[in-house]
Every structure is written in structure tokens, then in C-alpha cells.
Design a protein around this ligand. Structure first.
Ligand code: GCO
Ligand code: MN
Ligand code: MN
Length: 426
């Protein structure tokens, strides 16, 4: 007889195993023990969208096998409905097999999506064409081959047709693969012209379909991602895209704006607020992908507020003060450690609730009397003084400038609830 002796570290207490049958209920009990969740009715008041691909993400990546089972749109829409996520977004090929795009089968699927949305009280806010994953786009949708570009235009026009049928207001373009791995093989100016031709085809199809449906045209939103998956990218940042929109290559630049993504801006080392400010000033902040992650790392798409809550609070203060109130698109990837059950029991409701809390806190920041008085004082300055005398100007404002750090402290206090009396006495 073999006797198995389990090694036991004397410093480690013996824990009772949680059998698989009891694990989901433990997760649910602890989620509800966290408290502070908003009701589905409250969650529906915000322009938050849940992408099909986020909930259906199976955990795969370059070095990672999937950890979750596939889920279809019926389940995703039903679960979003229960949570109180009022809007849904999708890539064309998330829900329609590539070979069925543009066929009768596509329209049968679209009609099933419409019913699922209606039955669960959701609206489709955004549609996006997948122009990066399929082998046909190996050299990008703006490849040298006229056939590839023609097929790319078909995908973009067809996406707009689907968008109108589903009642969407936005179309997103993530040209992540608009780049190359080998230097010197393409003429970048030519590729950018071809890329503009694709967007022009989408806008013109939109104008025509919108007129036929008696609907407004969609807002066309470009999304930058500086690193992945190509080695070199032609439009790596939101700023590059703003320049492209104003380059004269687009026939309808007024229809085209940005869908910045929080992590994409952070990834290349940018200040997210500054990137958003530039888009706001140009009137081009149309749509915003919300998530979190780390600078100079992969596009890990962690859920909003789990890494940089203070930075997120700052971002939302900027957006609230400039009247941007959505769409906020939950473009994140539930971690590989979260189960299929956990995606809807933990990942989505908690992401929505952190967003709402941060948004409401941003309201507290805007109303906060300390911050208000401090920023007003900074703007009032210390004059009157001879403005040609640098030393005198500096002296006149010197003490006021300590308010910068005080404002940052106050933001931290608001983040942790100290402004509402939370403090520690030891
Ligand atoms: C990413 C990208 C995508 C895009 C989506 C929209 O992080 O991989 O942001 O999620 O947002 O492809 O077209
Ligand atoms: Mn995104
Ligand atoms: Mn991302």
C-alpha cells in the first residue's frame, strides 16, 4: 500500500479545500459582501457599452491558450441586460462568420441580434469591421493588391449597412494592422492614401444608406494603438490620426473623429488626459474605450480602475468638465483567471460599478470647495506687478504655486473618501 504524505509547512495554516461545486457560490457571496453595487436601473443611466468581444474573450493570447468556453451573442446580450449594461457593440466577424458576410445568412443573424437586443432592453451603439485578423489582411486592408483593397471596402461598407440595420450611432476603425514588419517594402504615403480611400468608401456608403433609412449618418471613429500587433504602424497615435483626418485625403473629414482607448494612450507613455484634451479641442472625441493597464507593456486591457484609479479619476474630471458623457465602451479583457461564470458574476458588474463610482467622484472633484478655491486662486495670480520683471512675477505667485501639490492631495483624499470623513485614528 502506498501512503501519500502531504507535506505541510508548519507556518502555513491548514485550509479547508473548497470543492468545485461550492466555488461559484463562494465567489457570488464574496462579491455581494463587497457591497456598494449599483442596481441595473442606475447602471442603465450611463452611456456604457459592452462589446461582444470583451465578454466572449476566451483568454487566448500569443503565449496563452484559452481558459474559457466560447459564448454567443444571445448569452452576452442577455447577461448584459441583467447587469444593466444598456448598449452593445460588435465586430462584424464576432457574430457573423467571415464567409457569410454580405449574404442572406448575415441578415438572418442580424435579425436574431435585433430580437435579442429588443428582448433584453439593449441598443446597439457601435459596429466595427474586423480588418486585421483574417489572413486576407496580412498586408493590411490598404495593401498593394487592388483585390485586397476592394475586399476591405466591401467589409467597411457592409459594416455600415449592419450598423444602420441595428440602429448604431458609431462605427470604429482600429487599423492595428495598418503597418508592416519589413522596412522598405511599402511606400508609406501610398498606403495612407489607400487607407483614406477605404474610409471614404465607408462614409459615402453611410451617406447613401442613412438617406435611404431616414437616419443620421454614423460617427466614424479611428482608434490608435501604438505597439501591437505590427512592428511599425503608420498611424500609431491619436495625434497621428488627427493629422490624417485633416490631411485633405478624406472626403468627409467632418464625419470622422476618434475613439481613443485609455490603455492605448498610456502604453506608449502618453498622459491620457493630455491626449484626450487634444481630441476635445479638435472636436473629435467621439467615443472612448475604457480599460486599464501599464505603461510600455502589452495591451493587456485590464478592467477600468484596477491599476490607475487616481489617473482614471483625473481623466473623468476632464471629460465631465468638458461635457463628454459617453459612449464609454468597456473594451477590456476579463483576466484568464476569471471563469465563464465569473465574467458575468464578477468582471462586468464590478467594472461598471467602478466606472460609475469614479464618474460620480469626478462630480465631487468638480464641486469640491477646496479645489475650486485653489484653482481660482491660481488663475487670479498674485499681481499687480511689473510683468516685464521675471523675478517680481515669480515672487508675486510663489506661495500660490504650492496649491498644485495641495490639489493633488485633495484628489487623493476624494479618491479614498477622506472628504466624506473617512480617516484612520491609530
Ligand atoms: C484592442 C483593440 C480592439 C479594438 C476593437 C475595435 O485593444 O485590441 O482596442 O479592442 O477596440 O478591435 O475595433
Ligand atoms: Mn479598443
Ligand atoms: Mn487595448
Amino acid at each position: 500500500m502506498v501512503v501519500r504524505v502531504r507535506y505541510h509547512d508548519p507556518l502555513d495554516p491548514i485550509m479547508n479545500p473548497i470543492p468545485p461545486s461550492a466555488q461559484a457560490s463562494l465567489v457570488e457571496r464574496l462579491t455581494s459582501a463587497c457591497g456598494g453595487s449599483y442596481s441595473p436601473e442606475v447602471r442603465r443611466r450611463y452611456f456604457i457599452s459592452g462589446p461582444q468581444w470583451a465578454a466572449a474573450y476566451e483568454g487566448q493570447a500569443l503565449f496563452h491558450a484559452p481558459t474559457r468556453e466560447p459564448v454567443g451573442f444571445e448569452r452576452v446580450i442577455e447577461e448584459y441586460g441583467k447587469i444593466g449594461i444598456a448598449h452593445w457593440a460588435t465586430h462584424d466577424s464576432d457574430v457573423i462568420p467571415t464567409e457569410a458576410l454580405g449574404t442572406d445568412r448575415q441578415w438572418e443573424i442580424v435579425s436574431r441580434i435585433k430580437s435579442a437586443l429588443a428582448n433584453n432592453g439593449l441598443a446597439c451603439s457601435m459596429v466595427t469591421a474586423e480588418t486585421f485578423h483574417h489572413a486576407v489582411f496580412a498586408a493590411s486592408p490598404a495593401a498593394e493588391s487592388p483585390e485586397v483593397r476592394e475586399y476591405g471596402k466591401f467589409r467597411l461598407r457592409n459594416n455600415i449597412a449592419i450598423g444602420h440595420e441595428l440602429g448604431a450611432q458609431y462605427a470604429v476603425y482600429w487599423p492595428g494592422s495598418l503597418g508592416y514588419q519589413i522596412q522598405g517594402a511599402i511606400d508609406e504615403t501610398q498606403t495612407l492614401r489607400w487607407f483614406a480611400e477605404g474610409l471614404n468608401a465607408a462614409c459615402e456608403a453611410d451617406i447613401e444608406i442613412a438617406a435611404r433609412h431616414g437616419r443620421p449618418t454614423l460617427k466614424h471613429c479611428m482608434e490608435a494603438k501604438p505597439f501591437e500587433p505590427q512592428a511599425e504602424i503608420l498611424l500609431p497615435t491619436s495625434d497621428a490620426m488627427l493629422a490624417f483626418i485633416n490631411s485633405g485625403l478624406l472626403k468627409h473629414p467632418e464625419m470622422v473623429g476618434l475613439n481613443p482607448e485609455y490603455l492605448h494612450e498610456l502604453m506608449w507613455g502618453a498622459a491620457v488626459r493630455a491626449a484626450l484634451a487634444r481630441a476635445l479641442l479638435c472636436g473629435k472625441l467621439f467615443h472612448f474605450d475604457i480599460n486599464d493597464g501599464y505603461r510600455l507593456k502589452h495591451d493587456v486591457d485590464i478592467a477600468v480602475g484596477l491599476v490607475n484609479p487616481l489617473d482614471w479619476l483625473n481623466v473623468l474630471v476632464l471629460l465631465r468638465s468638458h461635457g463628454f458623457s459617453g459612449p464609454f465602451n468597456l473594451d477590456y479583457k476579463p483576466p484568464r483567471t476569471t471563469s465563464n461564470h465569473g465574467v458575468f458574476a464578477v468582471s462586468f458588474p464590478t467594472a461598471v460599478d467602478r466606472f460609475i463610482t469614479l464618474w460620480e467622484m469626478a462630480g465631487d472633484v468638480i464641486e469640491d470647495p477646496v479645489i475650486k478655491e485653489a484653482t481660482d486662486a491660481l488663475k487670479a495670480g498674485g499681481g499687480p506687478v511689473d510683468t516685464l520683471d521675471a523675478a517680481a512675477v515669480f515672487r508675486a505667485n510663489k506661495e500660490l504655486l504650492s496649491l498644485h501639490e495641495l490639489i493633488a492631495h485633495r484628489l487623493f483624499q476624494i479618491l479614498i473618501g477622506a472628504h466624506r470623513g473617512r480617516h484612520y485614528n491609530i
